[in-house]
Each structure stands twice: as structure tokens, then as C-alpha cells.
Design a binder for this molecule. Structure first.
Ligand SMILES: *Cc1c(COP(=O)(O)O)cnc(C)c1O
Length: 518
């Protein structure tokens, strides 16, 4: 209980084995270093006067440097430490087999400019993964190179624009539901489209009639997330696609939530023209703390000819080739261009293919089933104590949405999130999607045991009861973390990102003026 804990500070500032850690610049001294540089040779500089006299690097011994970063790493939360219920992010366990495969030298130690005959295995892997992504989605082609979900959205919309331009059709508008991830309208605007919102129904789904009423010759595409960001399946998806196609437009599906339907539903059967797959969500692979993203885009027959270069093609003699050029006579004369310098994220491809092959078709379907089961377990276990705005309309998909309705005056979602930190959990996604006031989007994923879910539910239940009762102690949370609440607005609006050497008299505050909460 908060009130019973003595707040007497320790001499060191450390708390149990949670160690305080100053900035590197504050612990290092400039006259101490682990490296001796050669005295630099005389000669004419080609730096154009930009060379520095002193780098002012903090000097530390090896154990000091190792301890600095190890201590900082202990202040991080990770999926390897516990449940990470960040809705829309699919923070699932990363099987170590994936890591083992990704580190095989034939995949890890190759260079994108190596002669193609020396990397046939890597090209085969990219081609195989492409095959399975097409198979799982019921689509026609796939662009493998986009490097994250948002990059995939850009790729998909560029394909749509190229297809429209090819038929001499300059449309200006992209329709996006109110609940969409911010990357959807951002992508459409970046591609030069005007973004208009599609309203939602009371059950949190796209309003089909409103959408139909808005379709017309100026609409290039509709971007829909399915399952949507309220964690709900869009049952009208086929009717939406049919209406969009009848109006001469394309259907972009944000596939970030594919985890809920992988192995169960093929977006191609629902009339989708383009969909990115976040390999780093659905197919495990570490993200949100180090690992890169990867966002291949599956394409319908209508859009596949416009997909970007390069791609790994298989030839009748069994060899593989990275098709790099849009030369006449090559397979791909209509490519809109190129997304990235090389071929995408090899390590992520290796992890994703390992994940797919080790699960098999039945295993992937079970991923979807268990992720949905876990989310519904959380929804039904907490709906008596937390407002669940769409629970009346039936089961959710792989994430459960709650709101702060019913909390005592002055209490909001942020208080729940901060209290979860004290309970040892990473907070859920907060205040997203925007269509739910004070949203709390909880995505447990299929890799949590019932015991873990029960512990999380008990923690969230107790916090929700305190928020409803107006327990003022909740306002102080987190009290056990290395820092108290930060001034998040100030930190976001005026981030202090550089370190100023303290003046000799110690008057400068250096970095951290806005972050030194506790
Ligand atoms: C994660 C996510 C994205 C963006 O994917 P990134 O890989 O982070 O660029 C887009 N839409 C939704 C619904 C998401 O959850």
C-alpha cells in the first residue's frame, strides 16, 4: 500500500537493485579515457575548417561504460520481462528459433551487392516468404521491400496512384474511417490526396451507407483497417469492396491487425487491392525496442503490375534472380519505381519465414484463435468494472477496448496507465483510437498464459476500482518506478535533446531539466 511505504531516500539514490544512473557525460571525466588516439599527422586538412579541436567525449573505463548501459537497460521494459499489452502493436513472444535462423551466416553475413549466384539461398528465402504471404492473404503479388507498416501504406497508395494514372484517371480523395491509425491519413496526404473521414456506426464499424453515399468519381481509394482499431471485425468488408470497385476506386486494407485473422480469413476474398503486413507484429520478430520493422504489401491482380522493384523471381531452371530494372522486355515494365536502396529487411524475412514454417497452417490459425480468445477473456473479465463501449455488440477480435467513463471526477486513462507501471506491467495503448473517449486498447496476444492474464486482470481490476473510488494515491503513480510522472506536454513540446556542458560554477542544468521528475 502506497501510504505504508517509507519514502526515506537511500544514500546512493538506488532502490533495492534498481540503480540510479546519471548521464554518461556526468560520470565520465574528460581527462580519462579507455582509448589513446594516435597523434594526428601534419598535413593539409580537407575538412574545410570544420574540424574540431576537442570532441569532449566523456572518458570512462570499460567496466564503467558496461555498467552504464547495463543499468540503463534494466530501466527498460521488454516482452521478455512480462506482458506487454500495447494495443495495435501485437507484442508477442519472439521464438528463439527465429533468432537462430536469422543469424545463420548465409543470411546474416551477405551483402546486397554480392553477385546473385552467390546468394541464391537468400533469394530463395525471400521468394518463399513472398509465396506464403500471397497464399495466406489470397492475393496476387507482394512487394517485399517496404520497411515498416507506414512505408507499406505508402507503397500501396503509390501502386493505386500508378494504376489510376495508367488509365488517365486523376482522382483526388482518399476516404479513411475516423478510427484509423494516424499513419493512414498521413500516408494519403503525403501522396497528395485530400483525406476525408468516413463516420462509424454505434457498434464501432464503418458506416456502409455513409461510405456509399460519399463514393464518386473523385475518390481514389478507401483505407480500411480490418479488424479495425476498436478490435472489431468489419463484417461489411465485402460489401464495402464491391461498392468501392463499382465506383472505380481501390480498397487499401491496413493489415496491422492481421494477427486476429491469420490462417482464418484471406483479405483477397474480401476484395482488398493492397494490404501491408507488419511482419514485426503478426509474424513475431522483435520490435518496439530495437528490432527493425518490415512491411511487405500484398497486391491484387489489378495492382500487382505496378508494384515496386526489385523483387526476387524464380526462373524455370530453378534459379533465382533479383529483378532490379524496369527495362523493356523484363517482367515488370509498369513498376512505379523503387521504395528502398536494396531489397528490404533480410533478418526480418528470415524470422518471419521461420515463424510461418514452424507454425504451419494449423498453427497459424491457432495463433488467430488464441489471440482472440485471450482478448475476449480480458474483455469479459473486466467489463463489470471498466466501461467497454462495444462489448454489447458481441465478442471482440484480438484486442479489448475500454474507456475511462465512470471514473471519479479528475481521474482518467493516464492514471490507470501510470498505476500499471507500479504493478510491473507496460501500460496498454492509451487515448487511441480517437473515436473512444479515454480509450484503453489492450492486446494480450496469444503467447500469454492464463496465469499471466489473470495476474494482469487482477491488477487492472484493482486500479479501475481505485479510479472509480477517486483514490488520490493513484494520482501519484508511479511511485515505485525510477521516475515519477513527467511533464509529458513539456517533454513533447520542448524536448531538450542536447547536453550542455555545465559551466565551471555548476550553473548550467545540462540535459534533463525537463525529465528530472523524481
Ligand atoms: C502499427 C500500425 C501501423 C504502422 O505500422 P509501422 O510498422 O509502425 O509503420 C499502421 N496501422 C496500424 C493499425 C498499426 O497498428
Amino acid at each position: 500500500m502506497a501510504g505504508e511505504v517509507s519514502s526515506a531516500p537511500t544514500v546512493t539514490g538506488n532502490r533495492a537493485l534498481m540503480l540510479e544512473e546519471p548521464l554518461l557525460f556526468e560520470i565520465g571525466s574528460r581527462d580519462q579515457t579507455g582509448v589513446d588516439f594516435e597523434p594526428h599527422s601534419e598535413g593539409t586538412s580537407r575538412m574545410g575548417g570544420l574540424e574540431r579541436d576537442s570532441l569532449d567525449l566523456p572518458g570512462l573505463s570499460e567496466p564503467e561504460a558496461v555498467r552504464h548501459y547495463t543499468r540503463l537497460s534494466r530501466q527498460n521494459y521488454a516482452i521478455d520481462l512480462g506482458l506487454f499489452p500495447l494495443g495495435s502493436c501485437t507484442m508477442k513472444h519472439n521464438p528463439r528459433l527465429n533468432e537462430k535462423m536469422a543469424r545463420l551466416p548465409g543470411f546474416a553475413d551477405i551483402h546486397p551487392l554480392q553477385p546473385q549466384e552467390t546468394v541464391q539461398g537468400a533469394l530463395e528465402l525471400i521468394n518463399k516468404l513472398a509465396f506464403w504471404l500471397i497464399d495466406l492473404t489470397g492475393m496476387h503479388g507482394v512487394a517485399m521491400s517496404p520497411k515498416a507498416g507506414a512505408h507499406g501504406e505508402l507503397c500501396g497508395l503509390l501502386c493505386i496512384r500508378a494504376a489510376l494514372e495508367a488509365r488517365g484517371d486523376a482522382r483526388q480523395v482518399v476516404l479513411v474511417p475516423e478510427s484509423a491509425h494516424g499513419t493512414n491519413p498521413a500516408t494519403a496526404a503525403f501522396c497528395g490526396y485530400r483525406v476525408e473521414n468516413i463516420p462509424a456506426t454505434k457498434t464501432g464499424r464503418v458506416d456502409l451507407e455513409a461510405l456509399k453515399a460519399r463514393l464518386g468519381p473523385d475518390v481514389a481509394a478507401v483505407m480500411i483497417t480490418n479488424p479495425n482499431t476498436c478490435g472489431l471485425f468489419e463484417p461489411d468488408m465485402k460489401a464495402i469492396s464491391d461498392a468501392v470497385h463499382a465506383a472505380g476506386a481501390f480498397v487499401y486494407c491496413d493489415g496491422a491487425n492481421f494477427n486476429a485473422i491469420v490462417g482464418k480469413v484471406r483479405p483477397g476474398d474480401l476484395g482488398v487491392d493492397a494490404m501491408h503486413i507488419n511482419l514485426h507484429k503478426t509474424f513475431s520478430t522483435p520490435h518496439g525496442g530495437g528490432g527493425p520493422g518490415s512491411g511487405p504489401v500484398v497486391l491484387s491482380e489489378a495492382l500487382a503490375p505496378y508494384g515496386p522493384l526489385p523483387f526476387a523471381a524464380k526462373y524455370p531452371d530453378g534459379s533465382y534472380k533479383m529483378v532490379e530494372e524496369e527495362t523493356a522486355g523484363e517482367e515488370h515494365p509498369d513498376a512505379f519505381g523503387r521504395m528502398v536502396a536494396f531489397h528490404g529487411q533480410m533478418g526480418m524475412f528470415t524470422r518471419a519465414l521461420t515463424y510461418i514454417l514452424s507454425h504451419g497452417a494449423d498453427g497459424l490459425a491457432q495463433v488467430a484463435e488464441d489471440s482472440v480468445l485471450n482478448a475476449n477473456y480480458i474483455l469479459r473479465s473486466l467489463e463489470d468494472v471498466l466501461d467497454a463501449p462495444f462489448a454489447f455488440s458481441g465478442p471482440c477480435m484480438h484486442e479489448a477496448i475500454f474507456s475511462d467513463k465512470g471514473f471519479a471526477e479528475g481521474f482518467s486513462t493516464i492514471d490507470v496507465a501510470k498505476a500499471l507501471i507500479d504493478e510491473g506491467f507496460h501500460p496498454m495503448t492509451m487515448y487511441f483510437p480517437l473515436v473512444v473517449h479515454g480509450a484503453m486498447l489492450v492486446e494480450p496476444t496469444e503467447t500469454e498464459s492464463k496465469a499471466n492474464l489473470d495476474q494482469f486482470i487482477a491488477a487492472l481490476r484493482s486500479i479501475a476500482e481505485r479510479a472509480k473510488a477517486g483514490d488520490q494515491a493513484l494520482k501519484a503513480a508511479p511511485i515505485y518506478a525510477p521516475r515519477r510522472r513527467l511533464d509529458e506536454t513539456l517533454a513533447a513540446r520542448k524536448p531538450v535533446l542536447s547536453y550542455n556542458n555545465p559551466a565551471p560554477d555548476g550553473s548550467s542544468t545540462g540535459l534533463g531539466a525537463h525529465f528530472g521528475g523524481g
